[in-house]
Design a protein around this ligand. Structure first.
Ligand code: UGA
Length: 454
């Protein structure tokens, strides 16, 4: 084995690792997914994806059946199997600071390295602070058996939840952070399936070959840019409100300039999820460590704008319902609010740092009785905010409500009939936190409609 058709392990079978393992098996590689979480490995082995990702279940079962894809909780097995080990573990925000928690990266490397008796490449995919690859190299040097040949590389990924299969099979670019020809050759071999697929579809996948630091930074810089784009348009939404402008038309108009582009300019309750919020914080923390904190001070403002969006919904609720503002903020006691949406975006069951759930918490804290419905995120939402009331349908959630808040733009909500819903509520007031409803239709059905910055 080796460069011709490398065998791949994906260490950590969360969102990133599981999706990559399945998709690379689909591309024809022999793949082993490893995780310390035995129930998760049991699920995957049984053909069940532990999270919601369109198209992934089917592909998992197909590749398990084909024998190209296996899962294990044994690090020895992973070490013996792989030519390339992709690190896919989580790097959440630390509890005590804005920095990234690298303990899972350290764990998996320290577990794996002593068993690496054959030539192997450890390639990081997790989002990490710049400097991590070099640190992993030192860990490997300290923990690998004497005389073994183990190298390190960094190859960040850019998949979006809800779109992950497509993003892995058809990436818009791949980044190889390498220190040797051999590591470079190995990464090319590991991505041959991706390049071949592109060729058959008459596409090209750009490759950026660079050093460790640049590869690590590409990922956080990209996410920082995306977060900034969203907060920029949300800042414009704040201006549009008192000025009487419409941020959706503004975004469309500036987006026609190709230098600006029309994507990621949707104003609303802001960004959430397991990536953008923690990545911009970890990036600031790292810049400070590097002595260049000023360079990223604007990301603090990006974060603040984003946080303000969540509070704004509560303020707007009080304003629309004519409720008083107490010293502790708006008083919504006795008000019934239906919240449609719990996940941080549609087509996902992920509620990590979800703006919708954050608004649910704030509404409850202001005294409102909140009834939440989400097509896929109920189980995770219940775990996260156990004291909210959860409805089984849109109809159940809105029945008797004084206010309806749409906080995740699920298709089911966008296409809901405002005429039907009008008959169920106590008050026909709707806050469209994602600008995903048609104001004309809702107003025609008798609703008082408020969007975000329009
Ligand atoms: C994000 C990046 O888009 C991926 O490229 C990256 O690989 C990934 O993080 C990661 O670091 O792993 P993801 O977290 O899946 O992907 O979600 P996005 O589609 O980026 O959405 C993030 C948040 O921004 C959502 O809450 C979404 O509702 C919000 N958003 C997005 C807006 O409020 N407005 C927009 O115009 C776009």
């Amino acid at each position: 084995s080796g460069a011709a058709r490398p065998r791949l392990t994906f260490l950590g079978t969360g969102y990133l690792g599981a999706t990559y393992a399945v998709c690379f098996a689909e591309l024809g590689y022999e793949v082993l997914g490893y995780d310390v979480d035995a129930p998760k490995i049991a699920k995957l082995t049984g053909g069940e994806v532990p999270f919601h990702e369109p198209g992934l279940d089917e592909m998992l079962r197909k590749n398990l059946a084909a024998g190209r894809l296996k899962f294990t909780t044994s690090i020895e097995e992973a070490a013996a199997f792989g030519d390339i080990h992709f690190i896919c573990v989580g790097t959440p925000q630390r509890a005590d600071s804005m920095a990234a928690d690298l303990s899972h990266v350290e764990d998996v490397v320290v577990r794996l390295a002593p068993h690496l008796h054959r030539k192997a490449l450890i390639a990081g995919k997790s989002t990490v602070p710049v400097g991590t690859a070099e640190w992993v190299e030192q860990l490997v040097r300290r923990h690998a058996p004497a005389g073994s040949h183990v190298e390190v590389a960094w190859s960040p990924e850019f998949l979006q939840e809800g779109h992950a299969v497509e993003d892995v099979l058809r990436p818009n670019r791949v980044i190889f952070g390498v220190r040797s020809e051999w590591a470079n050759d190995m990464l090319f071999a590991a991505h041959k399936g991706v390049f071949d697929l592109a060729t058959t579809e008459d596409r090209e996948v750009p490759v950026v070959i660079t050093n460790f630091a640049t590869a690590e930074l590409v990922k956080v810089a990209a996410n920082a840019f995306l977060a900034t784009k969203i907060s920029f348009i949300n800042a414009m939404a704040e201006i549009c409100e008192p000025a009487g402008a419409d941020v959706t038309q503004l975004a469309r108009a500036i987006g026609y300039d190709a230098r600006i582009g029309n994507r990621f300019l949707r104003a609303g309750v802001g960004f959430g999820g397991g990536c953008l919020p923690k990545d911009i914080r970890a990036f600031q923390a790292r810049a400070q460590e590097l002595g260049v904190g000023e360079a990223l001070r604007f990301l603090h403002e990006v974060d603040l704008i984003n946080q303000r969006r969540r509070q704004w919904v509560v303020q707007l609720a009080a304003e629309l319902l004519g409720r008083p503002f107490g010293p502790a903020g708006p008083d919504l006691s006795g008000v019934k609010v239906a919240v449609l949406g719990a996940t941080f975006k549609p087509n996902s069951d992920d509620v990590r740092d979800s703006p919708a759930l954050s608004v649910v918490r704030k509404l409850s804290r202001s005294g409102a009785e909140v009834s939440v419905y989400d097509p896929e995120g109920m189980e995770n939402a219940r775990r996260e905010v156990p004291d909210a009331t959860y409805a089984r349908s849109v109809v159940e959630a809105v029945t008797g409500a004084d206010l309806v808040c749409v906080l995740t733009e699920w298709e089911e909500f966008r296409t809901a009939d405002p005429v039907v819903l009008a008959d169920l509520v106590a008050g026909k007031v709707v806050i469209d936190g994602r600008n995903c409803l048609d104001p004309v239709l809702w107003r025609r059905a008798g609703w008082e409609y408020r969007g975000m910055g329009r």
